[in-house]
Design a protein around this ligand. Sequence first.
Ligand SMILES: [Zn+2]
Length: 349
Amino acid sequence: MTLMRALVLERQHELRLRDIELPTEVGPGEVRIRLHTVGVCGSDVHYYTHGKIGPFVVDAPMVLGHEAAGTVVEIGEGVTNLAVGDRVCMEPGIPDPGSRASRLGMYNVDPAVRFWATPPIHGVLTSFVVHPAAYTFKLPDNVSFAEGAMVEPFAVGMQAATKGGIKPGDTAVVLGAGPIGTMVAIAALAGGCSRVVVADLAQPKLDIAARYQGVIPMNIREKDLVAEVRALTEDWGADVVFECSGSPKAWSSIAELPRPGGTIVVVGLPVEPVAFDIATLSTRELRIESVFRYSHQYDRAIALMGSGRVDLKPLISETFDFEDSIKAFDRAVEARPTDVKLQIRMPQS
Ligand SMILES: [Zn+2]
């Protein structure tokens, strides 16, 4: 353990930049990384404002941050896939490799997973982190650290697109144009959708999503989404519908959106249980899929970004210095509709 300066959530509503004891010893199969850029995620902000997410309660000081890229500065015994100096990004969840979920290939739902900035596990808004090499991914030369720190939220979009079973030429609908909804739309287009209708009430969010070719923005304050999707698909419906708003209201008419045999992918989380039209689900043989974080998506996400097919740079709204991290979080709490992703740049010496 070493004392390192970090952004610490002391308790609900109280952030401090201070020294805290963090592990620095590199074991077999691990690497030590100097952090370069860390994105501010909705979950980090929620711990700050609410002190908990579902069953995860902040009852001891915790370092925030889990969307990270940096440089390998030390490699442990047996590490062959990485070298000192490699520019990398990291998957923030470390499962038990021997668990039943991991052996089934769904390590993201391993109940023993240790995920950065999820109590009681510290996040990475600090100088260095020790991480398994197996969950550390090399960035191509043309992918910046800032983009590397975007791989984590984009991986959620990749997981959703994968679970949606997209086929070339599909039409998709994304409900909610927040950061994750936008990432899902981009992943759905990269996965073969010919067009993605993105629905939201906030025009500034739709304007940002509409910068991506193939996105059809739909302001549902002005337009009837079901009627518009019907009109676009000759009364057939969308092949895949991604629920990314988390709004209980989205569920009242969601079953009207997919085509017969279509798929609904649940990404957003309503706080309360919601009612859902099972009869429509049944008569159309709809399929429902859910998404919890991601598994096996980082290398594919990085490959798409390196190929130039996916450019996430337009989604980085502003970058703060580490010493201004609390400002970055207070800005995130404001939830400006023009902000997609705020990032924090760590000192490099
Ligand atoms: Zn995140």
